[in-house]
Design a protein around this ligand. Structure first.
Ligand code: PLP
Ligand code: ZN
Length: 480
């Protein structure tokens, strides 16, 4: 059943019938299904990841994406104001009255010739999707509102995640705003930026710091949630990815529903890239877009599992049967070398991306490419995002650095329309920013470690001057 092109909004979200949503194994050979009311992070039958899928022909799907514009006139209603839930018809797994929203997803798509020039684009062709403007300062809120909503529908009282920082900040915020659940967060004892940790502590989350890195924390949180029956909101949670689909819907909305040529996104646990691929696949299947943009997933060189497997070893989705032996062999090598992820971009410092398989599917669907960038490239790109008035944390700048690399390689043309995702806010990780701009070389290397970051090309150093009026005036005149 489809809405007619009727411009008058009839029951935007009220017809959602959640019996037409279910969970399904991503492996086409298995395709086992489970009720949306079940809490699971993998398929019982084969161990693969799960999707949330819908019987679209039983659901009220609009005829065109333009239909969603009528919700703008109803911004006083929380489900229309939310940049996630105004697209409820495209993630209809919960009833409107079950949804938990804190106004997430009101994020701008910004055209920037300054950053475009740095990348090597023609004027008017580069856009940054500024997800740092979410309530907790990162794109994670898009997914958290969806997972949290699901947790509520099944009556959870505690929710847990392992996190490099932003997932825990987001979960903690949803818990304390809604008072519906207690947040339990697992962090490793390696790098976590103070911006993110401070949020989790301020929002009152039970914070468990274990000795180990993110991959260790992830392993433990899965065990503990299962043992204690705590709801797990990591991006193995298929409902989170449903919320993250809407990042692409807002990109399209900002482009007047025109499909760009490229989406460039940092790759950590690969939830975003997976969600974007699912979004475009569904929109295309539903006839709401006529073509699918290309997807570029950018790893940091110090955490480059996807790049190594996809570009280096030829791993592919392969119609749903990716060669598991390539993956197993790589992880065995990592273990043997005791390889730990290491990058300034702490949000993507992940060696075992949980959504690897789904990301392969997205790359297949979106004719994707994978690249890796160095910490030097990331920090230089980040400074350009800041210098042009947006600002982001290091991991986010991987998208800009990756777009620049792809432009240099001639994969992206200067006339292509490119959207880079800025995943997290500048203030999440001030340490990296300040170190880049102010420190002398020794200090820079001490703070950032010896990761091949050798110079701060765009450093904006503080001018040091004696507390003396004449000298201050002279310093300003000399430097301006
Ligand atoms: C979580 C996160 C990422 C990684 O996203 P995935 O979906 O896990 O690939 C990138 N940047 C920031 C700022 C993040 O918080
Ligand atoms: Zn299965």
């Amino acid at each position: 059943m489809k809405h007619s092109g009727d411009p008058i909004l009839v029951a935007s979200s009220v017809n959602i019938n959640t019996t037409h949503a279910y969970q399904q194994c991503v492996s086409p050979d298995c395709a086992a299904t489970y009720d949306v009311g079940e809490v699971r992070t993998s398929c019982d039958a084969c161990g693969s990841l799960l999707d949330v899928t819908y019987q679209w022909d039983q659901l009220p799907v609009p005829d065109s994406l333009k239909w969603f514009e009528q919700k703008w006139a109803r911004r006083n209603e929380p489900l229309c104001r939310s940049g996630v839930w105004r697209f409820h018809e495209l993630l209809p797994f919960a009833k409107p009255e079950q949804i938990v929203t804190i106004g997430e997803g009101q994020t701008p798509l910004i055209e920037t010739d300054g950053v475009g020039k740095y990348i090597g684009m023609d004027p008017g062709r580069l856009y940054l999707e500024y997800e740092g403007m979410n309530p907790s300062g990162s794109f994670k809120d898009n997914g958290m509102t969806a997972a949290f909503t699901h947790a509520r529908t099944i009556g959870a009282t505690k929710a847990a995640c392992a996190s490099t920082g932003n997932t825990s900040a987001s979960l903690a915020l949803y818990c304390c705003s809604s008072k519906l659940m207690q947040a339990v967060i697992f962090i490793g004892s390696g790098k976590i930026s103070y911006g993110k940790l401070s949020q989790a502590l301020d929002y009152g989350a039970l914070t468990v710091q274990i000795s180990g890195d993110f991959d260790d924390a992830m392993h433990r949180v899965r065990q503990v949630s299962e043992k204690l029956g705590i709801y797990l909101v990591n991006s193995v949670n298929p409902f989170r990815l449903e919320g993250q689909k809407t990042i692409m819907l807002r990109v399209l909305e900002s482009l007047n529903w025109e499909v760009p040529d490229w989406i460039v996104v940092p790759g950590g646990n690969l939830g975003n890239s997976s969600a974007f691929g699912k979004a475009f696949h569904e929109l295309h299947t539903l006839g709401l877009i006529d073509r699918i943009p290309r997807l570029a997933v950018i790893n940091a060189q110090g955490a480059n599992t996807l790049h190594e497997l996809y570009q280096g070893r030829g791993l592919r989705w392969n119609e749903g049967s990716p060669d598991q032996s390539i993956i197993d062999k790589y992880y065995a090598e990592l273990d043997a070398a005791q390889g730990k992820a290491d990058t300034i971009a702490s949000a993507i410092e992940i060696n075992r991306p949980v959504n690897l398989i789904k990301c392969l599917r997205a790359l297949d669907c979106c004719d994707g490419v994978v690249r890796e960038v160095t910490d030097q490239q990331i920090l230089d790109a980040k400074s350009q995002v800041g210098a042009n008035g947006m600002g982001c944390e290091p991991a986010s700048a991987a998208s800009v650095a990756g777009a620049k690399l792809l432009r240099e390689q001639g994969v992206i043309a200067p006339s292509d329309r490119v959207v880079c995702i800025l995943t997290g806010h500048q203030l999440k990780d001030p340490t990296a920013t300040v170190a880049y701009h102010t420190a002398d070389q020794d200090e820079f290397e001490r703070v950032l470690g010896s990761r091949g970051v050798s110079r701060a090309q765009f450093a904006n150093r503080a001018v040091k001057v004696e507390n003396n009026l004449d000298e201050i005036i002279q310093a300003i005149q000399l430097n301006s």
